[in-house]
Write a protein that binds this ligand. Sequence first.
Ligand code: GAL
Length: 419
Amino acid sequence: MLFKKRMLLSVLLVVALLFVSSFSVMAQDEEVEIFSWWTGGGEEEGLNALIELFNEEYPDVEVINATVAGGAGSNAKAVLKTRMVGGNPPDSFQVHGGAELVDTYVETGMMQPITGLLEEWGVKDKFNQQILEMSSYEGEYYSIPVNVHRSNATFYNKEVLAENNVEPPTDLASFKDALAKLDEAGVVPLALGDTNKWPAGQVFETLLVATLGPDGYNGLWNGETAADDPAIREALVHFKDLMQYVNEDHSALTWQDATQMVHEGEAAFNIMGDWAEGYLKTLGWTPGEDFGWMPVPGTEGSFVVVTDTFGLPKGAPNPENAKKWLKIIASKEGQDTFNPIKGSIPARLDADKSKYDPYLTDTMDDFANDTLTPSIVHGSAAPEGFITAMNDTINSFITTGDVDQAFENFQANHEEYVQ
Ligand code: GAL
């Protein structure tokens, strides 16, 4: 009797164990971990819409939305690198096309090529090829661009400009006149939030494009433009001029805080990538009615590209589900769901324009006609070491105002990390 009872108990135990283990295998199969820095402040709404679309298509797969807050990945990138190097990759992660993807993760052998998937899904030719090429290395593609953001964008509060009789500027000279006039009127002319250093670096990169021209700027990364080109010094002088007009507490604020100053009428202009447009919309503003836009004055005809992409790391715990995620972001529907909310334009060329607001359709036209230049600060143009060094140089330059020192530092940074 006792023996029989024990037998029964053992059988029950085995059955229970089998049940639990099959359940955990199932649970593991049925999730996908997506890593990004899109957390609130206008960043997460687009991501959530994409996750919703994924859930409609794949109701059995749970998306683990792994985010680390901090604009431009100021905290997320380090966390990601630790995970990747430690052999604990997410299933897919946000990464900028260009150096950030290729130098950090492809050349080091941490990513799987996805060329076959692009072919299988018949989407390779649907993308802007210059953008897609930013994800390629030695004949293979390693990630899929979900969007194109513009780094050299400027947004302004229409009411503040009108109240102060300021016309939207058309070049750097008229921009500086407008800033001076607003300053005299007691309005913060230019909102900046560089508690993380990149927003100041981003203003500077756009001024480099203004003074070097897009081809000269692109030449900095292929050896055709020397780092002691006088136009770089000129960009520093413009930068110093603009910094006279920023809010005093800039180094305590985030990019969202600065954008919010424009929204609240505390400041007139904000030079920021067009994720600020997504944010202004989530704050309730209508493009063209409440706020206006223009390229950073002096950069008309140039489009400084920021592109968010997703790939497939080696050792991803759920590679099949990661491929489903990639398929969604590569689709026209995925791109047309995400981008109108995020404030970016699609990397595919066959978008449904009716889904995009006047700012975004305007930007699509510029993208089609302008010369494209990769952003430094957002990972595409130069290695990470250069980005950090340049952001440090620019942030201390705000304090010292020493143009010659900053120019020297720029050259030394370029020599150390780029050449
Ligand atoms: C960029 C990224 C954008 C946006 C921005 C601010 O690097 O490409 O999608 O998230 O940072 O966080």
